[in-house]
Structure formats: C-alpha cells, structure tokens
Design a protein around this ligand. Structure first.
Ligand SMILES: NC(=O)c1ccc[n+]([C@@H]2O[C@H](COP(=O)([O-])OP(=O)(O)OC[C@H]3O[C@@H](n4cnc5c(N)ncnc54)[C@H](O)[C@@H]3O)[C@@H](O)[C@H]2O)c1
Length: 445
C-alpha cells in the first residue's frame, strides 16, 4: 500500500523502513529538514541496531523522505501519525498531534479518494476520537467514516531492539472508528505472519498501550522498593530475593522436558537505579494526569513514579557511605544512555546521578559505548571528562558506578584486575558478580 508516515523520529522512521522492507511504498515526512536530507542520503538520524542497513536497502526504491506533508498525503492511501507526545509537567502535550491533524485535514479537503488516518503516537484514551477526528472533519469539511477512515495502532517497539520488535511483533493492536478502517489497517499488516491481532475501538487501543507500559514500570518500581527495603534491613541481597521469586512456576513455568523457561518479563523484576527513556516516565505521568482530570486518583501509579524519581539518589547515598565528602573524589560513570542498545538520553538515571555528583564537587569520568555525543549535549562539560574507552574511564578513579547494563561492562572485573589501585564498584544494575571485586556495593545489597 502507499503509506505516508508523519513524524520521522524513532517510531516513524523505524515504522517507515520496516514497512518499506515488507514491500509497502513509504513516504516519511518530517518538519526537520536535516532529518529529511539525512534519510534521503540513507543516513539514519538516530542510532538503532540494523537501521542503517535496512534504510540503505530501501531508500529510493520503496522509501523516500520529504518535508511536504500535503503532497505526501495526496500521494498515499494511508497516513500514520508518529509525532511526539511529550509530558509538559502537568499533562500530555498534544500540540504536535493537533498541528499534524490540522494539516492532514486540510489536505483531505482537496483529496477525492478515500484516505485512512492512523494514530500511532501514544495518546491518552479518547484523544483520537475526541481531538483528532473533530479536527480532521472540520479541516476536511468531510465526515469520518464515509469520507475517510480513522484508526489507532499503538506501537510497542523497544529502543535498542526496535527493528527486531517491529519485524517480529508479539501483537498488533488495531483500533478504529469502523470496520472499513479496521480492514484497511489489517491489510497493511497482512505481510506479518502468525501474529495475534486485537481488533477494537480507538480508546481501548489507546488504553492497551498505557496499561502495558504502566505494568512494566510498576514491576520495576516494585523491585526497587523491595531492593531499598532489603538494603535497609541488612543481611539481604535483593538479587537472591528476586532469584527466589523468579522460580515461582507461574513466573518461570516448566516446559515439557522438565526445564524451566525464563520469560523476558523477569527482566522487569530486578533491582536497579530506575527506569528512564522517552516512554515509561512520560506515559505513566500522562495516565496519572488523565485520571486526575476525570476524578480518578491513580494511587499505584503515583507511587511508581515517586519510587522511580528517588532511585538515582540511592546511588549517591551508596557512594556517600564510603566517601561522605564528594569534593574532588574521582568517579567513573559507566553508561549514560537510559538503557543498553541506544544513544537515547531522555530521562536517563545517569542525568540526575552525574548532575548531583558534579554539584557536590566530584570529578566525573563518563563513558558510554554509543551515547557520548548525546550525553555531552545534555550534561555539558562542567566537572566531566568524556572518555573514549571503558579502560580510560576506570583508570585512576576512586569509584566506578555502573548505570547502564551494557554487555561491554561485563568485562569490568577483568579490567579491574589489571588496575594498580582498586576503585570501589557501585553496581547500579546488579549485573556484576559481587565476589569478583575487592570493594563492591550495589542497589539492594
Ligand atoms: N521511542 C519509543 O521507543 C516509542 C515506542 C512506542 C511508542 N512511542 C510513541 O511514539 C510517538 C513518537 O515517539 P518518538 O520517540 O518517535 O518521537 P521523536 O521525537 O523521536 O519523533 C517525532 C518526530 O516528529 C517530528 N514532527 C514534529 N512535528 C511535526 C509535524 N508537524 N510534521 C511532521 N513531523 C513532525 C519531529 O521533528 C520528530 O522527528 C510518541 O507518542 C511516543 O510516545 C515511542
């Protein structure tokens, strides 16, 4: 099918490249001219495993980028909306959604054939029906249903493994205003085999996305709350606690040969220095704010956010146990991105940790395998040396604090063995073997 994707960020570009590879004809639209030029040159504006290869394969055949939304909508049968929906401190900011809906609507006024508009951005339940549809109808001077279709297809990809997730979805959720819109959306995805498809209305599709993210965020904060209590009680290691919990056969079921499977959900039942990224924090906050607006206090989700906001400070507390005065203490911060596999710094726990350490007078040596440039933009250079290698970062420091669970950091014990003076290792993700270090501490220990 001919599809325009409005907003060529993480979700838009990955969606565009993957659907192009599946044989659809894709036009990626963005207001950012540099992004458009880069995409047309086959250069992805973001780092994502495998993206460059797939972009280069499809550009100029099944895929092109433009800043001309009008022409892109005119030349296609379906438009996905994949612009940002940030949290403005009080509620979800729908400015980009409004702008794009208005522009699509204006275009539909001039278009003679049926067109389907699909919301892919994460929006609070009711947004597509109550905000987008009225704007489209007003601007197009046409009726949703007979004249154009509207659907909601939330995206579940995870940054770092975005292409793999998009190409092998665990489910495809399709909401829509009517059967024709649903049928068209299903046609887009018929090239994906053996996937469970949920057909529903728009607001349920919107709610599925928030519920999924809130559940995962809740499991992380729950694990962190247990970790903090374990550490406060003393004599408990939360990694052993969670190991014991994971062995509940409802969490790690036995399969026929008597072996257990370890579902990926267990990764969310582990202690750490908190979740970040462009989705969990903003989505949970947006749902809380939406609940508040309609008189429903989301007590559990409030606590999820409170625990998470406090979690980076647990790292500072741990370091101060050994160095009460942080002035001139040399600290290696290992990992800056909010999670491995991405250069995304949005809401990364590394930000408050580095800022706090630096404000207290520590000298920071920061290292991340891919997020150095992005980190420098966010954190600046005050008291921070950006290191080219892990080895450089851990050399000549008093403390090394692990913030992001990159695979590369599994070598830390080996590298420490070659150091003259052994720094204290603070494990913010509890991924390293505590017995491999002379001086080790971590969340939930
Ligand atoms: N990033 C993720 O992992 C992820 C996963 C699932 C869902 N989501 C949701 O998808 C949506 C997009 O997220 P993202 O991370 O891709 O955002 P992003 O900020 O990376 O990308 C948004 C893009 O939209 C462009 N844009 C803004 N206004 C525009 C306009 N008027 N016309 C054309 N382009 C415009 C921006 O320039 C930007 O390139 C959000 O609602 C987010 O919550 C994100």
């Amino acid at each position: 099918m001919k599809i325009s994707i409005i907003g060529s960020g993480y979700v838009g570009l990955v969606t565009g490249v993957c659907l192009a590879d599946k044989g659809h004809s894709i036009i990626c639209v963005d207001v950012d001219y540099k992004k458009v030029a880069d995409i047309n040159q086959g250069v992805p504006p973001i780092f994502e495993q495998g993206l460059e290869k797939l972009l280069k394969k499809n550009i100029k055949t099944n895929l092109r980028a433009t800043a001309d939304l009008y022409q892109a909508v005119m030349d296609t049968e379906v438009s996905f909306i994949t612009v940002g929906t940030p949290f403005d401190g009080e509620k979800i900011d729908l400015t980009q959604i409004r702008d794009v809906s208005r522009e699509i609507g204006e275009t539909l006024r001039d278009k003679n054939s049926y067109h389907l508009v699909v919301m892919k951005s994460t929006v609070v339940p009711g947004t597509t029906d109550e905000l987008v549809v009225p704007i489209l109808e007003k601007e197009a001077q046409k009726n949703a249903g007979p004249d154009f279709g509207v659907g909601m297809n939330p995206e579940f990809l995870r940054e770092g493994v975005a292409l793999e997730d998009f190409m092998n979805p665990d489910r495809i959720v399709l909401g829509a205003i009517d059967k024709k819109s649903l049928d068209w959306m299903e046609k887009i995805y018929q090239c994906f085999e053996n996937v469970d498809i949920v057909r529903t209305n728009n607001r349920t599709a919107e709610m599925i996305k928030y519920t999924s993210n809130s559940l995962l965020a809740m499991m992380i904060s729950f694990s962190n709350e247990i970790a903090n209590l374990s550490a406060a009680i003393g004599g408990i290691d939360v990694t052993e606690v969670m190991q014991g919990v994971h062995l509940d056969k409802r969490l790690s079921p036995f399969v026929e040969n008597g072996k257990r499977i370890k579902p990926p959900i267990l990764e969310f039942l582990k202690a750490g220095c908190g979740f970040g990224g462009s989705c969990f924090p903003k989505d949970v906050k947006a749902l809380i704010a939406h609940g508040k607006q309609i008189g429903k206090h989301m007590k559990i989700l409030d606590a999820v956010i409170e625990v998470n906001q406090n979690q980076p400070s647990e790292i500072i507390t741990l370091i101060k146990k050994y160095f009460p005065d942080l002035r001139e203490i040399r600290i290696a911060v290992l990992g800056l991105a909010f999670k491995p596999g991405t250069d995304d710094m949005r809401e990364s726990p590394a930000i408050p940790v580095v800022r706090d350490l630096s404000a207290q007078g520590a000298f920071i040596k920061a290292y991340d395998p891919v997020a150095m440039e992005a980190a420098q933009e966010v954190l600046g250079n005050n008291n921070i040396t950006y290191c080219q290698s892990l080895n450089h970062a851990i050399n000549d420091v008093d403390v090394a604090v692990l913030i992001t669970a990159w695979d590369e950091f599994m070598q830390v014990p080996e590298l420490f063995a070659n150091l003259k003076a052994q720094p204290l290792l603070i494990d913010g993700r509890r991924i390293l073997n505590k017995n491999s270090f002379r001086r080790y501490d971590g969340i939930g220990l």
